[in-house]
Design a protein around this ligand. Structure first.
Ligand code: SF4
Ligand code: SF4
Length: 259
């Protein structure tokens, strides 16, 4: 038995990754191709409808894991934002020194093309530096963005997310939330472009206040920025909620041994 797995830990186990076809290690050597990291029998099939080439087939029994026909896949990436489980990636290792991983992204602020970011693995652990080479705004899919991320080829099996860093931000843009590395400029963008009008809204858009200190060091600063921007008193900005645990935990640490 392959344990712990996605159901118990919230991310794919090495055994589940090893069974993916095409293997992320070999995928995209001849050109961009999808890697579908969907291993649960759940009632879901938007990926099948999104693919214009019939490369993904779920069938009438929509609780089945999708079947993937690699030879039909052009690597277009249309299936990426269509997947509500954020389980589809496109990998291209056919050109250059770096691999390109196309991945879904649902946070604000949206990274810029050319921005350096921290590349994360399926557990959210730092793997390497990555460069955002393209940002595709698939607005038809409930605001899910598709990022193209260049990473060294040896990490193509592992990288499945990003964390924004302050590298490349304009000089003089101070960090407000040190735990999550959120700058004043990012908070202003959340207010001006993202429409945030409360502390919780800024938190959801930028992750400011979601770190280990749960806003202890930054909430006062963020309140000040928001009040100044929209011209309200601090008591009108809404209360942030500090949530235990204040450190990230694997799900099985909370649930114990679960079959
Ligand atoms: S990348 Fe394009 S062609 Fe390949 S499975 Fe997804 S939608 Fe179909
Ligand atoms: S849309 Fe995503 S989660 Fe749903 S069946 Fe397809 S790959 Fe799995």
């Amino acid at each position: 038995m392959d344990w712990p797995n996605l159901r118990t830990r919230g991310y794919l186990s090495p055994g589940e990754i090893a069974r993916l076809r095409p293997s992320p290690l070999e995928a995209g050597l001849r050109g961009a191709v999808a890697v579908i990291e969907c291993v649960e029998d759940i009632p879901c099939n938007p990926c099948e409808e999104a693919c214009p080439n019939g490369a993904i087939v779920v069938g009438d029994d929509i609780t089945r894991v999708p079947r993937f026909y690699e030879e039909r896949c052009t690597g277009c990436g249309l299936c990426i934002p269509a997947c509500p489980g954020l389980a589809i990636f496109v990998i291209d290792q056919s050109e250059g020194e770096d691999a390109i991983i196309k991945m879904p992204y649902e946070f604000l602020p949206v990274p810029r093309e050319g921005q350096q970011v921290q590349a994360l693995d399926r557990q959210g652990r730092a793997v390497c530096r990555g460069t955002v080479t393209k940002v595709v705004d698939a607005s038809g899919y409930n605001k899910t963005i598709v990022l193209h991320l260049a990473v060294p080829r040896q990490h193509v099996m592992d990288v499945r997310g990003i964390k924004m860093t302050n590298e490349g931000t304009p000089a003089g843009d101070p960090t407000i939330c040190r735990c999550m590395e959120v700058t004043r400029g990012e908070i202003l963008r959340a207010i001006r472009e993202g429409g945030a009008r409360s502390i919780p809204a800024i938190k959801r858009r930028t992750t400011a206040g979601m770190g280990v200190c749960q806003g202890k060091t930054c909430s006062g600063l963020i309140t000040g920025i928001l009040c100044q921007e929209i011209g309200v008193d601090p008591e009108c900005t809404g209360q942030d909620t500090a949530r235990p645990p204040v450190r990230p935990l694997a799900l099985d640490a909370l649930g114990g041994d679960m079959e």
